[in-house]
Design a protein around this ligand. Structure first.
Ligand code: 48F
Length: 256
């Protein structure tokens, strides 16, 4: 015999336990694209208590869509070791260009990150940050459904030592901090420099150079790094995104 109320209690109690466990952590990541998942994997693997909030229902950000909905991604030489780390299948198309299935890549990143201990909350949006004495000290979240329905419902806060903006092209968290700090970002102009037009080679290199702290205790990785520090976009080549996720994890581990 199956009792429906037990199913309900099991889900509600287990979920709320996860929420309570996550209210204070070492690192909060906004966005479960390739860079956010990769960062979360490396941090969790090294036993950092890491919580990731993803606005959408599904994980992977721009990864599952591949290039124009052709569900393949390209990774260059530098990113090959990361594909191996996650056990992703690939083949060499031409010397230096490796092709992987975007769905398998998304699944492998997700599985490894979760198994390493990353706590992921999907359907949750980061809508603000907490700032104390000029340092980011956590995020303010709400249900994505509340955000989408434009309901006037107050959010709640989660505290962490470090926050990572992995929200991709919109670099939403840095935009919030730029607005609320009056333009005191650690960029050349103190403001968001803005994403430049497609140039894959330069974008891949700069996405690593631009992966860094952009405000005390706020780091930026993935496409958000180029959008904030003025690098170009790169299209469906993903080595830079994976390496940027790994690099931001290493930078955070040096600090925390
Ligand atoms: O855009 P996305 O995949 O970010 P990424 O890791 O990778 C970029 C590539 O996909 C591609 C590219 C390079 O090849 O140009 O675009 O930098 O994933 C960003 C995720 O963040 C979520 C969003 O739903 C997506 O899944 N997101 C955005 N804003 C918020 C958010 C927010 N405020 N709160 C929570 N999640």
């Amino acid at each position: 015999m199956i009792e429906e109320t037990i199913i309900s209690k099991a889900i509600v109690e287990s979920y709320l336990k996860d929420v309570l466990d996550s209210i204070e952590s070492d690192v909060i990541i906004a966005g479960a694209g390739p860079s956010g998942l990769c960062a979360g994997y490396y941090l969790a693997k090294h036993k950092y208590k890491t919580v990731l909030f993803e606005r959408g229902l599904k994980l992977g950000g721009g990864m599952p869509g591949g290039g124009i909905m052709f569900n393949k991604i390209v990774v260059q030489d530098e990113g090959k070791a990361t594909l191996d780390e996650f056990g992703i299948t690939y083949h060499q198309y031409e010397p230096g260009y490796f092709v992987a299935d975007s769905l398998e890549t998304t699944a492998c990143l997700t599985e490894k990150a979760l198994k390493a201990g990353l706590k992921i909350f999907n359907l949750v949006s980061v809508e603000d940050v907490m700032i104390r004495e000029g340092c980011v000290t956590g995020v303010v979240i709400n249900w994505s459904a509340v955000e989408m329905a434009r309901l006037h419902i107050d959010p709640i806060s989660f505290k962490s030592k470090v926050v990572i903006d992995a929200t991709g092209h919109p670099s939403e968290i840095v935009h919030i901090v730029e607005k609320k700090s009056g333009g005191k970002l650690l960029t050349p102009s103190g403001r968001i420099e803005g994403e430049k037009s497609m140039w894959a080679e330069v974008a891949e290199r700069l996405s690593l150079e631009n992966t860094k702290e952009v405000y005390p205790n706020l780091y930026v990785c993935g496409m958000a790094a180029n959008a904030v520090f003025g690098g170009p976009r790169m299209g469906p080549i993903f080595g830079g995104m994976l390496l940027s996720g790994k690099q931001v994890a290493e930078l955070v581990m040096k600090k925390v």
